[in-house]
Design a protein around this ligand. Sequence first.
Ligand code: MLT
Ligand code: ZN
Length: 466
Amino acid sequence: MSWTTKEIVDQLAKVVEPSRIKIGADDLQFYGNDWSNLSKPNPCAIVFPTSIKEVQAIVGLANKLNFPLVPSGGRTGLSGGALAKDRELVVSFDLMNKILGFNKSDALVSCQPGVVTQVLKDFAESKGLFYPVDFASVGSSQVGGNAATNAGGVNVLRYGMTRDWIEGIKVVTGMGELLELNRGLKKNATGFDFRHLFIGSEGTLGLIVELVVELTNPPKDLNVMLMGLKSIEHTTQVLAVFKEKLDLTAFEFFSDIAMKKVLEGKKLRNPFDHIFPFYVLAEFESYSEVQLNAASESFERCIDFGYAVEGVVSQNQRQARELWEFREGITESIASYEPFKSDVSCRISQTPAFLCNLEEILNGFDPKIEAVLFGHLGDGNIHINLLKPTKMDSEEFREVCKIISESIFNLVKSFGGSISAEHGIGLTKKPYLNYSRSEVELDYMRGVKRLFDPNNIMNPGKLIDI
Ligand code: MLT
Ligand code: ZN
């Protein structure tokens, strides 16, 4: 980019109040980064629009002067999708954070992209409803970012991904046009649904500037059962038994190393007498004796078949939350080990075979590198976090992890799985996209990118190059 920061800021100041343009070193560092911490952020400036008109003006300017834009929500992504490292202008949606309207009979809420996920969840609750997409970063992530990355999380098994709750979006394309897509319609058979191209496009086609989100009825009396298992195959066998009788809201698994790190990191008491190789956590509604009986019958069957060895079940909401801590505390408890993250998926029916192959692969590498396995087994999503041994240099660790990753991605490919189930492609997974998408698909993706963003100003370098 040939423009100086001053020249860009001067031009921007003609379309946005100067107080909403920031160039301070701390701001550049903060707004230019995401949770991937992949490399040093180096944006040229940050702009905080407050209206769709301003967003259009910013995009217009970016086209005219040919400078790149990086959209910025809560920046909780783990793949570098919101990282601005090449003097891009960061467009932050922090000030476009209003709930705009709600209609009870439609159960639809309209909001700006900068609404924090937890705020949307609280709003739904205040209306006696429920926004079901749930994951660890709901307190910081923003609804626009969730849509741009098609965020998943712990409730996908029952409720699907973000895409399933977006009934309409307004987007400003890479050319600066405003598109209003689907307008909150439940039924709409009028050809290509561009809404779904923008959802999950990681800001590479345009900027999401407004959303219509569907809410639903809240689940009643959630109960949690945590079980200790002897082997990896048993995880999916337990899932099959529980699914037969219960409509689960979540089914998570994690390995012994994950449990050890959480017990240490969160200073929790082990609910069992010893450490098991694997754990599963099943969550289900229990508003009547029927579900409670079904859960105990399922558990007994798992014990009889030898799938589960021990189990604890919550008796109230507080205990349910405490049991979730063993699963939800994993990411935080391993953060100090500079984890190298993979986030893969395969068909649920194939997870037993996948997990056995995965164990073999991991056993073939340096045993000093601990692999923490966990994830949303109920929807076929497995997180593999490799931990840096204290004595290994960070650079060497990353190089070894890349080799391990390639073996994992080859396995994913052989299962027809996905190299990114829910964390997105961003920068970290971009070189491996062809493990999950064919060359013809990638060509079509490039074509779509060229269509909506011919000057390549929208988050260039992320997801796919044109
Ligand atoms: C989770 O499910 O806890 C996160 O998506 C996984 C991660 O932090 O790697
Ligand atoms: Zn996850």
